[in-house]
Write a protein that binds this ligand. Structure first.
Ligand SMILES: O=C(O)C1=C[C@@H](OP(=O)(O)O)[C@@H](O)[C@H](O)C1
Ligand SMILES: C=C(OP(=O)(O)O)C(=O)O
Length: 436
């Protein structure tokens, strides 16, 4: 798919999409618990669809599914299909692999696209310590796994990704871990663990005691949880996708974004701090955010400093914002970007470079030399949803039209993104690319 974005003003009201982080966790929790789970506001991104497929392969049954509600019945993890496919979802494989390992039978886990190149050697190191046999393709997919996983005291590295810990926490809860501790060294993306614990709590799963994100202790008896026959959970609106809408508003608004909860545990609500520091005009309420440029227009936006070590998915929207802020914006956390859908520091540098933006990488810092204007260009998503969305947002204020190749990458997290920009009045033309 090819998308052409013309420089545009935007206005109006838009509802942020469902969070794939919240939806995928809800699928895992609904699988793990015994009983019926009713999930409101279910997402329909490719990552969400992959999670539904994995959950069904592991024994959960979808009894009804509409745009607004999904009902799942489960009796705990009990695979009905020895093959699971996590699509392109990093969270999907890293959260579900330990749940797959709860089965006695031999299982195979595979994925697609960029996921086949992302590191999974954590499992080669960790799962055997929990009684699981594993084979991998030199630390990459596909994985062969045979359990059952038995919770034990274990020490893991949390510096590459928090997603492995999310999977172990879910699996330990499912296996009724008792008097065991997961020690985690150098955990990154900590708020994502808060979201995991919140979803586990909402689904009534046994909860570990979080000792400052350094260790997670599952007590011998967990008196706090109840075994409700039916659980209702509403998938949160997505601060990660919402960040692109908010930046679009700050550059080309005024718009109102609805649905984003300022009290969410989602890491990417930290976009609010960067937006405030940029000087854009913003009013945050419990159920809506109104946002536009400064009183002086886009020229009044100023460079900012931001630590994205714990919210790495904000880099792409932050670069789109910083491109139009006067001065050099400094964003910390570049090391967190190497193993995403693309090597994101480099793809941001390349693709925004085509629009005339200078981005300098200095060890863990990204320096964005903003405020000089961008030109429209022919850019490429590099098969990374967040690169496509960042280019589309930046294109709203470029001097001429921007064409985004392989723009359908957005389906991974936010399939309605271009439609939402169109609803806000942006000139966005979606066409299938001509076969070469
Ligand atoms: O748990 C999650 O939902 C996610 C955690 C983060 O990954 P890392 O923990 O690898 O930073 C984030 O980048 C990813 O998009 C989603
Ligand atoms: C990196 C991402 O997701 P995941 O790791 O779950 O594939 C993302 O959504 O930007």
């Amino acid at each position: 798919m090819q998308v052409t974005v013309q420089p545009s003003d935007i206005a109006g009201v838009i509802i942020a999409p469902a969070s794939k982080s919240s939806m995928q966790r809800a699928c895992a929790a609904a699988l793990v618990r015994k009983g019926k789970s009713i999930i409101g506001n279910p997402g329909h991104s490719n990552d969400d669809k992959a999670a539904l497929g994995v959950m069904q392969a592991l024994g959960a049954v979808i009894t009804s599914h509409t745009d607004t509600e999904l009902t799942i019945e489960s009796n705990g993890v009990n695979a009905v299909n020895p093959e699971v496919n996590c699509g392109e979802s990093g969270l999907g494989i890293r959260m579900f692999a330990p749940l797959v390992a709860l089965n006695k039978q031999a299982m195979r886990i595979d994925g697609e696209g960029s996921l086949r190149n992302r590191p999974m050697d954590f499992f080669d190191d960790t799962l055997p310590k929990l009684g699981v046999n594993i084979t991998s393709n030199n630390g990459k997919l596909p994985l062969g796994i045979q359990g059952p996983l038995k919770p034990k005291n274990i020490e893991i590295d949390g510096s590459l990704s928090s997603q492995f810990l999310t999977g172990l926490l879910m699996a330990y809860a499912a296996a009724e871990a008792s008097n065991v501790t997961i020690v985690v060294n150098d955990l990154k993306s900590k708020p994502y663990i808060d979201l995991t614990l919140k979803v586990m709590d909402d689904f009534g799963l046994p909860l570990p005691i979080n000792n400052n994100y350094e260790s997670f202790y599952f007590p011998a008896e967990d008196a706090t949880q109840t075994n409700e026959p039916v659980i209702s959970y509403t998938v949160e609106s997505d601060w990660s996708g919402g960040a692109f809408l908010l930046v679009a508003g700050a550059l080309a608004g005024k718009i109102v974004v609805k649905g984003l909860d300022p009290f969410s545990t989602q890491a990417d609500k930290a976009i609010l701090q960067a937006l405030m520091d940029s000087g854009c005009s913003m009013s945050v309420e419990a159920n809506q955010i109104e946002i536009g440029p400064t009183a002086k227009g886009i020229e009044g936006l100023k460079a900012f400093q931001f630590d994205a070590n714990d919210c790495p998915d904000l880099f792409p929207p932050l670069v789109a914002l910083a491109a139009y802020c006067q001065g050099t914006t400094v964003i910390e956390g570049v090391h967190r970007l190497t193993h995403k859908e693309s090597n994101r520091a480099l793809t941001l540098q390349d693709e925004f470079g085509k629009m005339g933006l200078e981005i300098v990488l200095q060890d863990n810092l990204m320096l964005v030399k903003g405020g000089l204007g961008l030109q429209g260009a022919n850019v490429h998503s590099r098969h990374d949803h967040r690169i496509a969305m960042a280019c589309a947002v930046a294109a709203l204020r470029a001097s001429s039209e921007t064409v985004i190749e392989e723009a359908d990458a957005i389906n991974k997290s936010y399939p309605d993104f271009y439609r939402h920009l169109q609803q806000l009045g942006a000139s966005v033309n979606v066409s299938e690319a001509m076969p070469s």
